[in-house]
Design a binder for this molecule. Structure first.
Ligand code: ADP
Ligand code: TRP
Length: 333
């Protein structure tokens, strides 16, 4: 990890089993960046706590997210990999920047706004079901980012607003003390993987129950792919690949040649939805098989994951402690 490299940072909440939207939208691009950046990737377990209060589930999702990163190729010798809850300095930074965060900024955060809108529609109290963790979520996320001097934050499109909030907070802090104490981060969401669609054509998300888990055993993977929603065209009819949920997913894993070949079969007619889904299943299964094997090995014996997280925690705390001491000085404590 050289200090001259730019810093890339991202986190994933352990609120469910990682799905292919997480993989294509967050994990894969982040691991590609890790070749050229000083990468810092973490498990956002305090973020998960806002919605997940079951101790055993939180633990098992944390292992699943950790095993997923490692199985997808995260090399802990190159990437700083840690659990948010192991770095208490993040929570001190959260308190520091609270004083520089206007409440209006939180009111405008889309996750909170969406809940309020939903409550109003159902004629409930606007803040029904909103805890302060959820309301102030963007501040904790800003602290995650600012703590480690991130230049770039690779995320799915839905998270870009939160990174802009982090940048706003950092600017307010810096301008007050007239020093570049907090680095201004930039969010990056790649065009083609901005929003991966789920089984029903909406954004793939745990909240919509339309996900394809990344490491489903083969049989289950096939079964779930067969559930992707399509229109009711008959086998013989020519079909439009560009408006098809199956093809949208296929494209993300296929080479240009494979994409063109399947698109051609769509347009020619004679390709039934079952065939298209089988093509997607075979391709996806080939791509994930080697990672899936590693994933199950890691989950069978969790001692490697434990070791990686303990080492990552130590390194992350050292970096964070130095930053906190510097910031305390800037503030005048
Ligand atoms: P979910 O919406 O299923 O709860 P998370 O919010 O935990 O997923 O997302 C973790 C990461 O994966 C984030 O960076 C997010 O932007 C990305 N991500 C999640 N779903 C998608 C998707 N459908 N397309 C692209 N990126 C996604
Ligand atoms: N909010 C992100 C999500 O829901 C997870 C996250 C927490 C994160 N802290 C972060 C992502 C810092 C990038 C940087 O997916």
């Amino acid at each position: 990890m050289s200090n001259t490299k730019k810093i890339a940072l991202t986190g994933i909440k352990p609120t469910g089993v990682p799905h292919i939207g997480n993989y294509l939208g967050a994990i894969k691009p982040a691991l590609e960046l890790a070749d050229n950046y000083d990468a810092r990737y973490f498990i956002a377990d305090y973020h998960a706590l806002n919605s997940l209060k079951d101790r055993d589930l939180l633990k098992s999702y944390t292992y699943e997210v950790a095993a997923t990163w490692l199985a997808c190729g995260l090399d802990p010798d190159k990437v700083l990999f840690y659990r948010q809850s192991d770095v208490p300095q993040i929570f001190e930074l959260t308190t520091m920047i609270m004083a520089f965060t206007s409440k209006g900024l939180m009111n405008r955060a889309h996750a909170y706004k969406a809940i309020v809108a939903d409550n109003l529609e159902k004629e409930k109290d606007p803040d029904n079901g909103v805890n302060m963790g959820l309301f102030t979520y963007p501040v904790l996320m800003a602290a995650d980012i600012l703590m480690f001097d991130a230049d770039y934050v690779p995320v799915g499109k839905d998270q870009i607003q939160h990174i802009e909030i982090a940048a706003d907070i950092a600017e307010a802090f810096n301008s007050n003390y007239k020093v570049e104490a907090l680095k201004i981060p930039t969010g990056i969401a790649s065009e083609e993987t901005q929003t991966i669609t789920g089984l029903d054509g909406r954004k793939m998300s745990k909240s919509y129950n339309n996900t394809i888990s990344l490491f489903l055993p083969e049989k289950q993977l096939r079964k779930i792919i067969m559930k992707i929603v399509t229109n009711s065209q008959e086998i013989d009819e020519p079909k439009d690949p560009d408006s098809c949920n199956v093809f949208a997913l296929y494209k993300l894993f296929a080479t240009k040649e494979q994409q063109e070949a399947l698109a051609e079969r769509y347009r020619a007619g004679g390709l039934g939805w079952g065939h298209a889904k089988q093509e997607l299943f075979e391709l996806l299964n080939t791509v994930v098989a080697p990672m899936r094997e590693k994933y199950f090995a890691l989950m069978d014996d969790k001692s490697y994951i434990d070791k990686v997280l303990v080492e990552g925690a130590q390194k992350a705390r050292d970096i964070a402690q130095a930053k906190i001491e510097y910031l305390r000085g800037v503030i005048g404590f």
